[in-house]
Design a binder for this molecule. Structure first.
Ligand code: MLT
Length: 252
């Protein structure tokens, strides 16, 4: 599937993949703040934003195939691939399948480990809840955990609108796809391209220390902790996130 996307700027291609249960709009400050140095392309994964949901159950590999089809259709060539959280799981799958299309990697607030049994059970519960109660139930449970210690009202409201726009069935399919995703820790040492890992210092969902260790397992990865930010570092502190990405693009 060729994915709907938002784009800005020109130059080296920077393709951005959102997290759960979001859409390309979470990258608004990268679309506006990096357009002077890159062609920024923020995709809507299938079922999210403006992309159709399709007919198959979601998997990280299916998302990666969609991404490859989209990159090819736009003739972007090897890209800088930026991805947050669930987007990071897609990026690991993409690297395993299409390494020749990756010029560099930018991982944000994600992790390489697969779900353990408790997390897998929680995915089933998430899918059931969102199917029965709607997307508001996801916002009530997950919303406060997505942001750091002292989020602004504006960022909270922006994120709320993005979450509430998610089709409940897509959120359920996301949860079931994340439940089944493979462990990517063995992939980390194979990521030979220049990489950047940015992580909000107050990420409540994924501990910065574990992320730092994962970044260390990659052959050429700089780890940058983003202050005043939680799990949504590029949205919560775009100045610091964009500065790190800008430096990375120059280096890569
Ligand atoms: C995300 O932000 O994409 C999710 O929190 C990832 C996850 O639940 O594993």
């Amino acid at each position: 599937m060729i994915l709907k996307h938002q784009t800005s700027g020109s130059g080296q291609p920077l393709v951005l993949v959102h997290g759960f249960p979001l859409h390309a709009g979470m990258w608004r400050d990268q679309l506006s703040g990096l357009s002077d140095i890159a062609q920024v392309v923020a995709v809507d994964l299938r079922g999210h934003g403006h992309s159709p949901i399709g007919e198959e159950p979601f998997t990280m590999e299916l998302f990666a195939d969609d991404l490859a089809e989209t990159i090819d259709s736009l003739k972007l060539g090897p890209v800088h691939l930026g991805a947050l959280s669930m987007g990071g799981y897609v990026a690991f799958a993409f690297w395993r399948r299409y390494p020749d299309r990756v010029r560099s990697m930018i991982l944000c607030d994600t992790k390489a480990e697969a779900d353990g049994p408790d997390a897998q059970a929680a995915r089933d519960a998430t899918a059931k809840t969102v199917r029965e109660e709607g997307i508001e139930a996801i916002w009530s449970g997950l919303g406060p955990k997505l942001l750091g210690k002292d989020p602004s009202e504006e960022v909270t409201e922006t994120l709320r609108q993005i979450v509430l726009a998610c089709d409940p069935e897509a959120a359920a399919l996301d949860a079931l796809a994340m439940k089944q995703r493979p462990d990517s820790t063995g992939t980390l040492p194979t990521i030979s391209v220049p990489s950047l890992w940015i992580h909000g210092v107050d990420d409540q969902l994924m501990a910065p220390d574990a992320a730092r260790a994962s970044a260390k397992a990659m052959p050429d990865c700089e780890f940058v902790e983003i202050p005043d930010a939680g799990h949504m570092a590029p949205l919560e502190n775009p100045e610091a996130a964009n500065e790190a990405i800008r430096r990375h693009l120059k280096r890569a």
